[in-house]
Structures are given as C-alpha cells and as structure tokens.
Design a protein around this ligand. Structure first.
Ligand SMILES: Cc1cc2nc3c(=O)[nH]c(=O)nc-3n(C[C@H](O)[C@H](O)[C@H](O)COP(=O)(O)O)c2cc1C
Length: 173
C-alpha cells in the first residue's frame, strides 16, 4: 500500500478539513499533518501539500516547507492545493485566473504534479472584529455575502472527490 502524506497549514480549519476528506478518499496508508509536525517526507510515496490564503498571501511556513523539501517533493510527484474565497466562482478555480495560486507558482521553483484550487469557508461569527470588517469589505467588493451573522462553506466537495480520484489514479497505476 502506498504511503501518502497530506501536509498542510490552516488558520480556521478548512484546509485541514479538506486534507482529512482527501485522506479518507485515497487508497493507501495516510498521514495528515501540519507542516510543523512533519519531520521528514522521505518515507512517503506521495505528498499532497495544502495551504490557505490570508490577506492575499500564503503563509511563510508554506514557502519554508516547500524550500526545505523541494527535492523530495519533486521526486515524490507532490501535488498542491490552495484554499481561498475568490475560488467560490468556478473560473477562479483555474490557476490562470486565481491570482494567489498563480503568484505562488511563479515565486517557487517547485513544480507540483497536480494543482487544485478550492473555495474555503467564511466564518464571520468566529472572526475578530478587525478581520470581520475586512472580510466584509472584500466580500462587498467581490459581490459576496456580507451578513456577518451567517457562516458559509463554499468548498465544492465533489471537486475534492475528483482531486482524490486523480491521486488514486496516479498512485495505483
Ligand atoms: C483574516 C482573513 C483574511 C482572508 N483573506 C483572503 C483573501 O485575501 N483572499 C481570499 O480569497 N480569501 C481570503 N480569506 C479566506 C480564507 O482563505 C478562507 O476562509 C479559507 O477557508 C481559510 O482556510 P483555513 O481555515 O484553512 O485557514 C481570508 C480569511 C480570513 C479569516
């Protein structure tokens, strides 16, 4: 059975939730870990890296993880998925239309085997006041929901399943 690692960073849990869903849908011996919990990726046959956007940026720990493991990530044909709220429209799930993922791939010399972009969650009721106001502003500009009494999950779980299927096809070839 292939050894598969899902390595991620998350702030409010959505990237982790996606990693956990993917891990249940792939066929293999799975590990789901935050970047800081990963000591080495050398014992894994396949690695899937996930991270989310905050104020237009992926976290430094993503860049650090990729930099520290780049050679093995290339060897293990590692995939990448990014989570953000602009991806709530299908066209922004395309790399060329998603500014965050496009920029990340331009900045790093790592070439993931597969790249997927998922819409995240809007958890107004849990945000600090400043974040709530900022997200409301971003939502207003991008014509999204602004009612801060309502939490919403935009992740398309069918799209997550399709990504898991692609991983299965590759590792069980
Ligand atoms: C403070 C804050 C800033 C955010 N900034 C952006 C942003 O600039 N662009 C975007 O598309 N989504 C943005 N998001 C949405 C997150 O990417 C989304 O909520 C995602 O589900 C977070 O994933 P996580 O829970 O794994 O960290 C932001 C969310 C928060 C709370």
């Amino acid at each position: 059975m292939p050894n598969i690692l899902f390595a991620y960073s998350t702030v409010d849990g959505q990237t982790q939730k996606i990693a956990e869903r993917l891990s249940r849908e792939v066929t293999g011996k799975v590990s789901v870990k935050r970047f800081e919990e990963v000591t080495s990726i050398k014992d894994f046959d396949k690695v899937i890296v996930g991270s989310s956007i905050r104020y237009g940026k992926f976290p430094k720990k993503l860049y650090r993880f990729v930099e520290e493991n780049q050679e093995l990530l290339e060897e293990r044909h590692a995939d990448f998925y990014g989570v953000n709220l602009i991806a709530r429209t299908p066209e922004k799930c395309q790399v060329e239309n998603n500014v965050y993922v496009r920029k990340f791939l331009e900045k790093t010399t790592w070439k993931p085997k597969d790249v997927c972009i998922f819409a995240g969650a809007l958890k107004y009721t849990t945000y600090r006041l400043f974040d709530k106001k900022m997200i409301q502003l971003i939502m207003k500009i991008t014509k999204g929901p602004t009612d801060s009494r309502v939490d919403l999950e935009f992740t398309d779980w069918q799209q997550v399943t399709q990504f898991a299927e692609r991983i299965n096809q590759e590792i069980n070839r």
